[in-house]
Design a binder for this molecule. Structure first.
Ligand code: ADP
Ligand code: MG
Length: 263
C-alpha cells in the first residue's frame, strides 16, 4: 500500500477502533508534529494521552452518576480545625485508596452532625476518581428495597447491585429499627461483600455493644456481622457538637444550649 493510502486510512482506523478523541486530535497532532519535529513515539503518546484522559474522565462521571450520593462534598471541604477528634493523618492515609485493595472496611461512629456522612462521601468521591464503582445508600433504604425485591423474586439482582461496586457506603446504621427480614438482608450484604473482599464504609450512631439492636435484637447475627466488618477495618470515633447546630449558633439562629437535643 502506498504512503498516501495509509495516511487516508489513519482517521478511519482510529474511528473503527473507537478511539474517537484520538481521531478528533489527529489533524492537529499531525500539524504539531510536523511543525515541532516530534518523534513518531512522541506523536503516538500525544494522541493516546488525549484518548486516555477522556476515558478516565468518563469513567469517573459514570461512576458518580450511579453512586446515589446525597450530596457531593470533598475532603477539601472538610474543616479539620472544627473537628479535633479526627486524626487528619488517618484520613489522609484513607484518601490514598489503599483500603480498597486491602478490602479494609471503614467504620465512622459518633453522634449526629459531626461529619460522618461528609467524610464517607469524600472518600467515595476519591474512590470514584481512582476509577472504581461506588454506591451510597442509607441502611433503611437498602433494606426496604431488598425486601421489596425479595417479594418480587428479584433479590439476586438487587444483591448483585450491592455487592459488585468496589465500595459500598452504608449510611446511618442503627438510626432506624430494621425488622428481622431486613436485618438478615443487611447481614447477607455484609457477608457477601466480605467474601469478595469488597470494602464498606459504615456510618453509625451506635456503639458496637449496641449492634444487637441494629439486627432486630439478634445478638448472634450482630456478632457474626461485626466479626466480618471488623476483621480488616479502620474504626474512627468522631466526637463533638453537631456542625449543623454550630453553624446555626454562629449565625445567631439557635441558642447555645438547644433544648430539643441533637438534630
Ligand atoms: P453526620 O453524618 O455525622 O450526622 P454530616 O456529615 O451529615 O454529619 O454533617 C452535617 C453537615 O455539616 C454536612 O453538611 C457537613 O458537610 C457539615 N460538616 C460537618 N462537619 C464538618 C466539618 N468539620 N467541616 C465542614 N463541614 C462539616
Ligand atoms: Mg449522616
Amino acid at each position: 500500500m502506498s504512503a498516501i493510502a495509509y495516511e487516508d486510512r489513519a482517521a478511519g482506523g482510529l474511528e473503527q477502533l473507537g478511539l474517537t478523541i484520538a481521531r478528533e486530535h489527529l489533524d492537529t497532532a499531525s500539524q504539531l508534529a510536523a511543525a515541532q519535529g516530534w518523534s513518531y513515539s512522541h506523536f503516538l503518546g500525544y494522541l493516546l494521552d488525549g484518548e486516555l484522559a477522556f476515558r478516565r474522565e468518563k469513567t469517573i462521571r459514570v461512576s458518580l452518576q450511579f453512586a446515589n450520593l446525597p450530596y457531593r462534598k470533598k475532603l477539601e471541604d472538610f474543616d479539620f480545625a472544627q473537628q479535633p477528634s479526627i486524626d487528619r493523618r488517618l484520613i489522609d492515609e484513607l484518601a490514598t485508596g489503599r483500603f480498597l485493595a486491602e478490602g479494609r472496611n471503614i467504620i465512622l461512629q459518633g453522634p449526629p452532625g459531626v461529619g460522618k456522612t461528609h467524610l464517607a462521601i469524600s472518600l467515595g468521591i476519591i474512590t470514584a476518581e481512582l476509577g472504581y464503582r461506588i454506591y451510597f445508600t442509607s441502611v433503611i433504604d437498602m433494606a426496604r428495597r431488598m425486601a421489596k425485591a425479595m417479594n418480587e423474586g428479584k433479590l439476586a439482582r438487587e444483591m448483585n447491585n450491592l455487592v459488585r461496586p468496589t465500595l459500598l457506603i452504608l449510611d446511618e446504621v442503627g438510626y432506624l429499627a430494621l425488622d428481622p427480614v431486613q436485618a438478615s438482608l443487611l447481614f447477607q450484604v455484609i457477608a457477601n461483600r466480605y467474601d469478595k473482599g469488597h470494602p464498606i464504609i459504615v456510618t453509625s450512631n451506635k456503639a458496637f455493644s449496641d449492634w444487637g439492636d441494629v439486627f432486630a435484637g439478634d445478638a448472634v447475627m450482630a456478632s457474626a456481622a461485626l466479626d466480618r466488618l471488623l476483621h480488616r477495618s479502620t474504626v474512627i470515633n468522631v466526637r463533638g457538637d453537631s456542625f449543623r447546630l454550630k453553624e446555626k449558633r454562629q449565625a445567631g439562629l439557635a441558642s447555645s444550649h438547644p433544648k430539643g437535643g441533637p438534630s
